[in-house]
Design a binder for this molecule. Structure first.
Ligand code: NAP
Length: 303
């Protein structure tokens, strides 16, 4: 039975840590910046301990998992004054599920190696629903022997996990994922708004075309709520802008052109300006003219 610490019990981290406990039967020490969430997690699971700092949670652990917001948050919980790295014992492994830059992954991997620690960057795809169902996809970067030790624990909340290459490769793979999704959601938004404005029976249209070449995860899982202009389904526009910012910076460095991702990033900025930072990413459709449904239900928070 491994000793495990978990840092960051947000929308994703809370259920992921729960699966790790339930399926791995590990001893779990948790830390969350807002302490009440860590207390609630321990109460809800009837076991585990909560700690005042990342260092306290991590000090006896064989594996330390994190799922926080961005690069700066990650640096704070690892290298900060009460960060996990200062307390972890040699040979322990840090697994980071935050979506962050490849640069910070390489920086933390090097800092971990200096202290005799293992480090895996391991961003996830699958959203809140995937985290709650324990069905995430995990893209990893790091040393193969370290990954081999971490993989069984990762698979307690994932349907698939794969080592993509050295440190930073997990984050680079997640960037590919976000670049692929960005244009697709805009295309789906345009398609649904066009169908509405053309006076078509939208459910019939989707039922038909989702059996053909236009089918996508976004179409199958989001068309209905997009058509109803409801945007309370997990991955927020604010997070997507953070991710696209990381993708665009990396593209400038590696010589890639991202014309569609750049355009979509600008469109998400408009959604933010309209107050939709916490709406889910399918809210791109709100920017399109839809005379056919003017006056219909348009409250984006309506269930
Ligand atoms: P969230 O609900 O906002 O949770 C973020 C967690 O990080 C919270 O526990 C927060 O603590 C903690 N945190 C943030 N900054 C911190 C700091 N400086 N020091 C210590 N703790 C800090 O976010 P989430 O939806 O779980 O997303 C987490 C990561 O997964 C992000 O990188 C996101 O891009 C990625 N992701 C999210 C989804 C999704 O659908 N939500 C899907 C794939 C990937 P508090 O409780 O105190 O705020």
């Amino acid at each position: 039975m491994a000793k495990v610490a978990w840092i960051g019990l947000g929308v994703m981290g809370y259920p992921m840590a729960g699966h790790l406990l339930a399926k791995g039967a590990h001893e779990l020490a948790v830390y969350n910046r807002t302490r009440a969430k860590a207390e609630a997690w321990v109460t809800a699971h009837g076991t585990g301990t909560h700690h005042a700092t990342p260092a306290d949670a991590a000090k006896n652990a064989d594996f330390v998992f994190a799922c926080v917001g961005n690069d700066d948050d990650l640096r704070q919980v690892t290298l900060g004054p009460d960060g996990a790295f200062s307390a972890m014992r040699r040979g322990a492994i840090f697994i980071d599920h935050t979506t962050a830059s490849a640069d910070v992954a390489r920086e933390l991997s090097a800092a971990a190696a200096e202290r005799g620690l293992g480090f895996i960057d391991a961003p996830v795809s699958g959203g809140q629903a995937g985290a709650e169902a324990g069905q995430l996809t995990v893209m990893c970067g790091g040393d193969p022997t370290v990954y081999r030790d971490a993989e069984p624990l990762i698979l307690t909340f994932a349907k698939a996990a794969r080592l993509m290459g050295p440190a930073g490769s997990g984050q680079l793979t997640k960037m590919v994922n976000q670049i692929a999704i960005a244009g697709l959601v805009q295309g789906l938004s345009e398609a649904i708004a066009f169908a509405e404005n053309a006076g078509l029976d939208v459910p019939a249209v989707i039922d038909t075309i989702s059996k053909g070449a236009a089918q996508s995860w976004q179409m199958v899982n989001r068309w209905e709520t997009m058509h109803a202009r409801r945007f309370d389904f997990g991955f927020a526009v604010d997070w997507m802008r953070k991710d696209l910012g990381i993708c665009l910076a990396e593209a400038r460095r590696n010589g890639s052109a991202l014309p569609i991702a750049t355009t979509v990033d600008g469109l998400y900025a408009e959604v933010q300006d309209n107050g939709g930072g916490r709406w889910d990413t399918s809210s791109l459709i709100t920017l399109l003219p839809s005379p056919a449904i003017q006056g219909a239900k348009r409250d984006p928070h309506a269930k």
